[in-house]
Design a protein around this ligand. Structure first.
Ligand SMILES: Nc1ncnc2c1ncn2[C@@H]1O[C@H](COP(=O)(O)OP(=O)(O)OP(=O)(O)O)[C@@H](O)[C@H]1O
Length: 323
């Protein structure tokens, strides 16, 4: 099933800002990243999906239902970009309150099953020890964890998270990444609005890029980054002046169409890059190096390829790639 489907979705503020004509699909069970510079229209788009903004025009379904339907909202968890919880409440009380907002009766929120659900959710986001402390004394990171707990409380099929890790330290971000992967493992679809490109690179199966309110690209991340392939790099040891020719013989003279020698030093260390269509192709090159007696120190996608893509996309709209 397609969990989110929009067609020409538009919302402006008295004709300005917002986002215009956004058409995209989010497949079930994936982590989808929405990217774009400040003011691109990401939060406006997300608020329409969450039923907080009514579109000016266009069409959309969330969980197969038109926007704002109670039936879909029940299966949707939402973490807004800016939120504040009542200072005098504890996380347990906040979650109880949101259980009521989610349609549970007072009796149901007092049931052992729901109390267990609250404990499990607080544990999931790393707030067990603060379950009965007042929110007023929480750090920004703890508030963000509580926001995530609210989004996850009612076992949603789809979670829409607007900047879920912006206030978290590196440990917190690592934990949230692991949590999002676990959710995907359970079949939950995650729609992530974020500026943290490392998170997108590590987590997202698909992504979209908004700028100036318009959608400039959308699709599987690897396709967006390079038309279905990836830039791969290999760090090798035991490299000799004759190694290139030997490898070239081993692949029937086609080495330069596959690989580029970036640098090699007198100690036999070499850095090579390749454009590969998938991991199997990268694996084939690794086995070629090993069979040729080279030491393979490192093999993996080139870092920062998403950042380069982001800058290219942002630059394309401004008429040039930022330096
Ligand atoms: N309530 C509002 N009233 C008027 N203009 C608004 C309102 N909310 C957003 N805008 C404008 O709409 C545009 C898109 O804003 P939006 O917050 O959706 O972007 P964003 O991509 O989420 O930005 P950021 O990454 O900085 O959070 C901006 O030009 C913003 O000034």
């Amino acid at each position: 099933m397609t969990m989110i489907e929009t067609e020409q979705l538009t919302k402006t503020y008295n004709g300005r800002g917002g986002c215009r004509g956004v058409t995209l699909q989010v497949p079930e069970g994936r982590i989808f990243g929405l990217l774009g510079p400040n003011g691109a229209g990401k939060s406006t788009f997300v608020k329409m999906l969450a039923g907080l903004h009514r579109p000016d025009s266009g069409r959309a379904t969330v969980l197969g239902q038109p926007l704002g339907r109670a039936e879909a909202r029940r299966k949707l968890g939402y973490l807004p970009e800016l939120f504040r919880f009542q200072d005098w409440l504890t996380p347990t009380e906040v979650l109880c309150f949101h259980g009521r907002l989610g349609g549970l009766r007072p009796r149901e929120t007092r049931s052992p099953a729901f109390r267990g659900r609250i404990r499990d959710t607080l544990e999931l986001v790393g707030l067990s020890e603060a379950a009965d402390r007042r929110v007023g004394g929480f750090s920004k990171g703890m508030q963000q964890r509580l926001g995530l707990a609210v989004a996850l409380l009612l076992d949603p099929e789809l979670v829409i998270l607007d900047e879920p890790a912006s206030a978290l330290d590196p440990v917190g971000r690592y934990e949230i990444r692991s949590l999002l992967k676990r959710l995907r493992g359970k079949g939950v679809t995650v729609f992530l609005n974020t500026h943290l490109l490392e998170d997108v690179e590590e987590l997202c199966d698909e992504a979209a890029f908004l700028d100036g309110g318009e959608l400039l690209a959308s699709g599987p991340l690897q396709e967006l980054l390079g038309g279905g392939g990836a830039n791969w790099r290999f760090r090798l040891g035991g490299w000799l002046p004759a190694t290139w020719a030997e490898l070239n013989d081993a692949v029937g003279g086609s080495l330069s169409s596959m690989l580029r020698l970036v640098e090699a030093d007198d100690q036999g260390n070499a850095l090579l890059t390749a454009r590969v269509t998938d991991r199997e192709q990268a694996g084939y090159l690794c086995s070629l190096f090993i069979r040729s007696g080279l030491t393979l120190y490192e093999s993996g996608p080139e870092p920062n390829s998403l950042e380069a893509w982001f800058l290219r996309m942002a630059g394309s709209r401004q008429g040039g790639v930022p330096q």
